[in-house]
Structure formats: C-alpha cells, structure tokens
Write a protein that binds this ligand. Sequence first.
Ligand SMILES: [Cu+2]
Length: 237
Amino acid sequence: MRLFFPRSWSASPRPVRQPAWAAWRAAGGPAGARRRRRRRQSRCVWRALAAFAPAPAQAEKLAVTIHDSQGRPLENAVVSVMVRGTRERAGADATAEMAQRERSFVPQVLVVQTGTPVSFPNLDTVRHHVYSFSAIKPFEIKLYVGTPAQPVVFDRPGTAVLGCNIHDKMVGFIHVVDTPYFARTGANGSATLDVPPGEHRVRAWHPVLQATGTPVQDTVKLPAGASAALTIRLPGG
Ligand SMILES: [Cu+2]
C-alpha cells in the first residue's frame, strides 16, 4: 500500500538563510573587506592610467627597394626599420626556422629579431653538419637528421654565415636585427613594411655586402595617414 504524505512533509527542508555577518565572515571578514577595497582602488587607478595611455600606434606603408651598385634590384635583401620606443629584443614567443632541403639552406637569407631561437630542421635524407664561425654566434650542430632538439638563440645583432661540413656548396645567412620591423625583398628588389609614422632610420643588408659588411643606412619620413617609398643602393653586386 502506498502512503501519500502532504507535500510539506516530503519536500526537502528549506535552506536556512545565512545571516549577513556569516556571509561576510565567509568572504574573509575585515581582511577580505580591505582586500576588496584595495582591489577596487587599484582598478580605479588602472582605468585612470588607461585613459592617459597613448592609443595603439597606427601603421603606414613603407616601400623600400634595394639596388646593387649597377642599379639592379636585389632579391633577398634585408630591410630593417629602427623605430624609437619599440622593443629591441624579440618576445618570449619568437621562433624561426632555417631548414635544409635538397642540400641548400631554405631560406638562403633568414632575418630574425635579436633573441630569437632558430631551429635547423634537416628535410633531406642525408645528414648535415651545420656550423657558423661568425662572431655574433659561433656554433655547430654535428651530423644529424631530423630536427635538433635545441634551437640556437641569436642574441646579438649582425650576420651569421652558415656552412655545412659535409656539403661545401651549402651557404646560408642569418641576419639579426634590433627591431621588430623587418622584411626581405622579393624578386623585384622591393619589400613593403607596416611601420608607425615618424622619422626612422632604415637599414639594408644583402650578401653582396659580405657577412662582415655593415648595413647601409638611410632615413625616411613617414607621415601619418600616408605612405612613403625609399630606394637604397648597396655598394657591390
Ligand atoms: Cu650538408
């Protein structure tokens, strides 16, 4: 036989309402209240600072063309733009790759920001033995296939010439710059960069300058809301 109870009997008891002071104690008591007040105050300070912070920098187009001494366009030239107030070293998440494929370095010229770890994946079935004697980063990765576990961090600006102990014809370059604004020219010798407006130093480097050759420098005025173009001629080639 089934028994029916009045609803009020079978329903679960109503939760006891917590007095306000208990909730306050649970939230940390007087110390919690002070913490919350401090948090509110610091939020106010941050909001006030944010109101005065400069708006995110706008970027304009800067087209740079690199010629050799004969006026011919140079492919694989590195263009870097020094913008005052920008971080010289790469952020913690920066990475780059200098692969080896068909017994060549790919790309032949790699440009990275100072502090970037570069890995050297070997995409061939033969073993390579990559090294550099260059002052900015002497290193050696002995006979290997696949990708070496440890990347090489390029922590000084300049150029590292790469070679392979097994294949003498393999030559590659890693050009390291103290700026996040850089690009490599295409077959037409040009590169277009997005750069904040202002007056900036522009540097150009290409293997024709030799590894120890310092980049050729020029300046450019990039007005806000407009674009600019610049041609730099390198001695050599
Ligand atoms: Cu090799």
